[in-house]
Design a protein around this ligand. Structure first.
Ligand SMILES: *[C@@H]1O[C@H](CO)[C@@H](O)[C@H](O)[C@H]1NC(C)=O
Length: 812
């Protein structure tokens, strides 16, 4: 209990101050407790009662409240003696966190001064909610954060104290975290967020938690903060192919750069971690050359020419990888679609490039293999050859063909064939191929040599030089090579008993026919033989041609005067009676020419005469006639020189001296000619020798004639042609020929060569020629008459005509 003394007014304040400094002087004190935030006028305490002071004293004592600070929370109701709230008290403002929270003031009474201390304790009222410093807490947490990782959170603040202060924290929705609180030694709290389960950005990139801080007041108050958690990406996801297996088809002729397919893979990671690159993995070297995968887009493109025939499908493994070590592999099956890009190929399995022209039908020339790399229709091939050939194509095994002959071959018409093989497949468009093989037809000796002419007739002038080249026969052979190599041979035979080879020879190589000797037309006019042309084939073939050689006459013989016979010193003379009329035939010069034709066409001319006016010679018949009356003046002896010329080129001639005696009686002549002989100084010896020679010659001649006639008669008996003929051959006596039958001389139009008296001293038995020839034959029914029998038969047809005429002549 306190006792206050009354003090005067001035002194009272002083005293108060004193009291304030010396609380020992406080009369009493009271203590109250009120909750904070009481409205104004709220009752605090009955101080009068509590201090035992009468209310009147309060009034009288002018009781008042003295506070040290500038704020006065409590006021004194003196009349009622109670303390009331003067100003709303905020404990938090007053004491912050200090507990207990109280304030004190003094109540001073005057008269006497009494000082009382009043302490008011302010109790906390839960008037504040916990408040977080930030309403939103932003956190970035890597998704790789391990469970148990702690993240400290800012705590909330609650000005209230005690139970009104923050009592607990909690998450409204926790997610992967839990809260842990620790109270530190100084009483402060640490709130930590602990990762309970791993984060996965790919599942939940953002987490939003609401952290609630609650106090223990009643009613309970709480504050919240939003925790925003962004999960940071980690490269924790492998790319995943959209499909495990891709199937694609591509034509084999696709251009380079064609996109076959596109693979794609997803990576759940974000940003760089989610970037996927594509590459081949475990792909064969070949496939790597054919395809490429775009690292970024996953497009698989063709990079090289595809070939269905090499590989019909490709399997690629594409690895999709991120920048880390994660990857996935997908398979890509690429089916190549066949395109008709392969031409059929022809292969000659066996081929003989020559075939014999006598090959039988069906002979196999070639075996062909045809192949097409494409498949199905693109690989079905047809094979044909050009149709204009004598061959056909046959299919044997599949893909194999044989070319066989279908017609007979003839090298001589077609010696070479170009067989064009055409193969076509059934693709669209179809592809084809061609091959030409050259076939030669080999020769068989099936053609004989053929002469250019069916028969050769050739003329050669007589007196040719030996080895004279007459002409060349030529034969051709349609075959080839040795089969066409021709040699020429003479067919051996005999001509007039002589071997053919003594007449002609033939060059085996060239066919040149040469004379083996000089021919004499007067001996042989023509001859025939055969030439064989033979090829060198095996067996050889040959053909024969007949050759006729005509010997052509040359004017190589001069005319021969048969009459009058020139005897040198003989006294042969023709008598002309002086009474002879004009045109009296004195004599006839008879001459022959063994040549023929023009060469034997004789003409007569008077060359020299004593009296030209008296005689003339018939130029064609050689008749010497008088052309005027003989007179006495004419000499007894007349000597005429007659030239006989043939018509050859150049012409040949002979001269004959004809003595003519113009006299009426022989003695007259004799006397004249005696003179004549005397004039000539005849030598007795010479005359003797001449006579002797004549006798010898005549004897030899007659002997010869007898022998030859005997031989010939023997031969004639065997002759066919004249077997029935009974015409005897008679000697020809030119001087005695009768003039009663016309001219009596042989007209020059006929050849005289029939009668070949070449020389008066020779026997001349010749083979007569039947054609264009005159034969003098004695007709037994008209003896003494000469008949000309002209035979027009061709000697060539009857070369061996045995007609043989033998002449003899005698001298006068
Ligand atoms: C075959 O072909 C060859 C070469 O092309 C040619 O020289 C020849 O004349 C041809 N033969 C035929 C019979 O067409």
């Amino acid at each position: 209990m306190a006792s206050f003394r009354r003090l005067d007014h001035g002194a009272q304040w002083l005293a108060l101050f004193l009291c304030l400094f010396a609380l020992k002087s406080v009369s009493g004190q009271a203590r109250y407790s009120i909750p904070e935030e009481q409205p104004e006028g709220s009752f605090v305490g009955n101080i009068a009662r509590d201090l035992g002071i009468d209310v009147k004293r309060l009034v009288s004592g002018n009781a008042r409240i003295v506070t040290k600070g500038n704020r006065q929370y409590v006021d004194l109701n003196r009349d009622r003696g109670i303390l009331v709230v003067k100003e709303r008290i905020d404990r938090e403002e007053l004491c912050k966190k200090t507990t207990p929270c109280s304030f004190s003031f003094e109540m001073i009474l005057a008269n006497p001064i009494q000082l009382y201390r009043v302490t008011v304790e302010v109790t906390d009222v839960n008037d504040n909610a916990p408040v977080f410093p930030k309403e939103e807490i932003v956190l970035k947490i890597a998704e790789t954060a391990a469970p148990g990782t702690r993240y400290s959170l800012e705590t909330a603040d609650d000005p209230d104290v005690g139970v009104n202060d923050i009592q607990k924290y909690m998450f409204k929705s926790s997610g992967n975290f839990k809260l842990e609180m620790q109270t530190q030694s100084d009483g402060s709290q640490i709130v930590e967020m602990v990762l309970e389960t791993p984060l996965d950005r790919e599942k939940n990139e953002e987490h939003s938690l609401i952290l609630v801080a609650s106090d223990g007041g009643a009613p309970q108050r709480s504050g919240t903060a939003r925790i925003h958690i962004t999960v940071l990406d980690a490269n924790d996801n492998a790319p995943v192919c959209s499909k495990q297996v891709y199937k694609a088809e591509v034509q084999e002729n696709s251009a380079i750069g064609t996109v076959v397919t596109t693979v794609s893979a997803n990576d759940a990671d974000k940003g760089v971690n989610g970037e996927v690159t594509y590459s081949f993995s475990r792909v064969s070297k070949e496939d790597k050359q054919l395809f490429d995968v775009n690292a970024k887009t996953g497009e698989i493109t063709v990079t090289s020419k595809l070939d269905y025939e090499k590989l019909k499908s490709h399997q690629l493994n594409v690895r999709a990888s991120d920048h880390g070590s994660h990857s996935d592999t997908c398979k890509v099956f690429i089916q190549i679609i066949d395109v008709n890009d392969n031409s059929p190929v022809i292969q000659l399995m066996s081929f003989s490039n020559t075939i014999s022209e006598d090959a039988p039908l069906g002979t196999t020339l070639a075996v062909i293999n045809v192949h097409d790399d494409d498949s199905e229709r693109n690989g079905i091939v047809e094979c044909s050859i050009n149709s204009d050939l004598p061959f056909k194509i046959e299919s044997s095994l599949s893909g194999y063909y044989t070319i066989v002959t279908e017609e007979e071959l003839d090298r001589e018409s077609v010696s070479e064939y170009n067989i064009t093989l055409t193969v076509t497949d059934q693709g669209s468009p179809p592809l084809s191929n061609q091959k030409t093989i050259q076939l030669k037809v080999s020769d068989i000796n099936d053609n004989s040599p053929r002469f250019e002419e069916p028969e050769y007739i050739w003329t050669i002038p007589e007196n040719n030089s030996p080895l004279f080249s007459i002409f060349t026969v030529h034969a051709t052979d349609a075959d080839w090579g040795q089969n066409a190599r021709i040699s020429y041979f003479l067919e051996e035979m005999y001509i007039n008993g002589a071997s053919l080879s003594s007449f002609v020879s033939v060059n085996a190589e060239s066919g040149l026919i040469s004379a083996a000797k000089s021919f004499d037309y007067e001996q042989i006019k023509k001859f025939g033989f055969n030439i064989t042309a033979r090829d060198a084939g095996s067996p050889p073939l040959s053909s024969v041609v007949s050759v006729k050689i005509l010997v052509q006459d040359q004017n190589d013989n001069a005319p021969q005067v048969l009459y009058p016979v020139q005897t040198g010193g003989s006294l042969v003379a023709e008598m002309v009676p002086r009474s002879a009329d004009v045109g009296y035939l004195v004599t006839k010069v008879v001459a022959v020419d063994v040549d023929s034709g023009q060469n034997a066409w004789l003409s007569y001319k008077l060359q020299k005469a004593a009296d030209r006016a008296l005689f003339e010679v018939g130029s064609q018949n050689g008749e010497i006639r008088t052309i005027r009356q003989v007179t006495d003046k004419d000499a007894v002896k007349q000597r005429l020189s007659v030239i006989v010329e043939d018509n050859g080129q150049p012409s040949r001639s002979a001269t004959v001296i004809v003595n003519v005696a113009v006299a009426d009686s022989f003695p007259e002549v004799l006397s004249e000619f005696t003179d004549f002989t005397h004039d000539k100084e005849y030598n007795d010896n010479l005359t003797f020798y001449l006579v002797l020679a004549l006798a010898v010659v005549s004897f030899l001649f007659i002997t010869c004639v007898v022998v030859i006639i005997s031989v010939k008669i023997y031969r004639w008996r065997q002759s066919r042609i004249l077997y029935h003929s009974n015409l005897p051959v008679i000697p020809y006596y030119p001087p005695r020929y009768s003039d009663t039958l016309g001219s009596g001389t042989l007209p020059h139009v006929y050849n005289y060569d029939t009668c070949r008296t070449t020389d008066s001293r020779k026997s001349d038995c010749k083979f007569g020629r039947a054609g264009s020839q005159n034969v003098l034959i004695m007709d037994p029914s008209a003896t003494g008459t000469m008949q000309r029998i002209q035979s027009e038969k061709n000697i060539l047809d009857e070369p061996d005509s045995p007609l043989e005429v033998c002449f003899s002549h005698t001298f006068l």
